[in-house]
Design a protein around this ligand. Structure first.
Ligand SMILES: *Cc1c(COP(=O)(O)O)cnc(C)c1O
Length: 411
């Protein structure tokens, strides 16, 4: 009897110690394996399940007709994405490598290039050409402001021999869009400078027409609007850019775009391509073709608009004067501490957003809506934002942001 009772007791104790606390934790603080992770950062962006499954299939060989067939389709669909008949070259690197390829392939030491610096990425396109011995002229714009026609014109007048103007279509650090269409026209009409575009968060979010707008080089990366993991850069080149490659004297080997172009003509690559990622981008581009690029631009505009209406309805302030459709930066409201805010958002709701950079660290946060997002993603983001702000003590009426976004979607 005693032995039996002891056994019962131990059994009960076991239940209490092992099972109960575990279950309680699940119920009380929402932590545990069931917390759904939601990525709202402007690169990497979420990868659709169908694409992940494709990339998990056994690897194929790149010098085999199977790959050639796939890469032929990728190249055709990349031309569609960039709205061009020109070559779009695929490099095994992140977006930065793609931009580096434009500098080392189009210019020679001492050449002047004009670069718009309105944030972290624009700043990079001033530093990078300097590292290669180019004379980089900087047009500095305040963070959150787009470059004006006057700024570009005066730089072109001051540097009539400039070989190129570099524009950042969507400056991710500030969520600011540049009017590439008008500025490209202006540059073309007033100079012989090549129009080079960092389209890394713009491609797949903003209207972009490489041929029609007279762009000479445009770069994007795989982990942005293309919805696949990082590791690929895509570089579209005009005939003028191809011509510039013939006289460029800067050293290059792996990123020699003449080699890439030669291989591209045979739907091939000069080096071992990042096969799994190319399989991924093939699947992504098929999704893009099915939805239609114009519909994708419209979807991004709609999601961005609804999110912003929601944010304004909460009494929060938007950061940019010329908002990008890829990412929305917001001022951290007074009385809210960014670190605590971010901790709750991530720990309790599984949401990863981006903080501010440089002078804006802790002052702004950035919510991405680039790539694989829909209307309910924006509503749930706003819902988490509201609950987090409430917990941080920020005063507003619960539901105000969500319903403002819902009204946009319902209209
Ligand atoms: C992400 C990003 C880059 C850098 O690309 P990496 O893939 O990180 O090298 C450059 N420009 C813009 C606008 C970006 O958003």
């Amino acid at each position: 009897m005693v032995a039996y009772l002891r056994l019962r007791f131990l059994h009960l104790l076991h239940r209490c110690v092992i099972f109960l606390p575990k279950r309680c934790t699940l119920l009380i603080d929402h932590k545990g394996p069931q917390l759904k992770k939601r990525l709202f950062t402007p690169g990497p962006t979420p990868v659709p399940e169908s694409i992940m499954l494709k990339m998990a299939e056994p690897i194929i060989h790149h010098r085999h007709p199977e790959f050639t067939e796939l890469f032929t389709r990728v190249n055709e669909n990349l031309r569609y994405l960039f709205q061009t008949q020109q070559p779009v070259l695929t490099l095994a690197s992140s977006g930065t490598g793609g931009v580096e390829a434009t500098f080392v392939n189009l210019f020679s030491q001492g050449d002047t290039v004009i670069s718009v610096n309105g944030g972290k990425f624009g700043e990079r396109w001033v530093k990078m050409p300097r590292a290669f011995g180019l004379n980089a002229v900087e047009i500095k714009t305040e963070w959150g402001k787009a470059p004006t026609a006057d700024q570009i014109l005066s730089a072109l007048r001051q540097y009539p021999d400039a070989k190129a103007v570099y524009l950042v279509h969507s400056e991710t650090s500030t969520g600011t869009a540049t009017d590439v269409k008008s500025l490209a026209k202006l540059i073309r009409e007033n100079s012989n400078a090549l129009v080079c575009v960092d389209g890394i968060t713009a491609i797949g979010a903003h209207e972009f027409r490489f041929d029609e707008w007279g762009i000479d080089a445009c770069v994007t990366g795989s982990q942005k609007g293309l919805m696949i993991p990082p590791g690929l850069a895509f570089v579209a080149v005009s005939n003028r850019a191809i011509k510039a490659m013939e006289t460029s004297k800067l050293p290059k080997f792996y990123f020699d775009l003449r080699k890439a172009l030669k291989s591209y003509e045979k739907n091939d690559t000069p080096w071992t391509p990042a096969i799994s990622l190319i399989i991924g981008v093939d699947a992504a581009l098929q999704l893009i073709r099915t939805e239609g690029i114009e519909n994708i631009w419209r979807r991004h505009q709609r999601l961005a608009t609804a999110l912003r209406e929601g944010i304004k309805a909460l009494g929060l302030r938007l950061f940019s004067d010329s908002p990008s459709y890829a990412v929305t930066p917001v001022w951290v409201p007074e009385g809210v501490e960014w670190k605590q805010f971010n901790k709750i958002l991530k720990g309790k709701y599984g949401i990863t957003i981006a903080g501010g950079q440089d002078d804006y660290t802790g002052k702004i946060f950035r919510i991405s809506h680039l790539g694989y997002y829909d209307e309910l993603d924006m509503v749930s983001m706003l819902s988490a934002l509201e609950m987090t702000l409430k917990e941080c003590g920020y005063p507003f009426e619960l539901g105000a942001g969500m319903s403002a976004a819902q009204r946009v979607f319902a209209s």
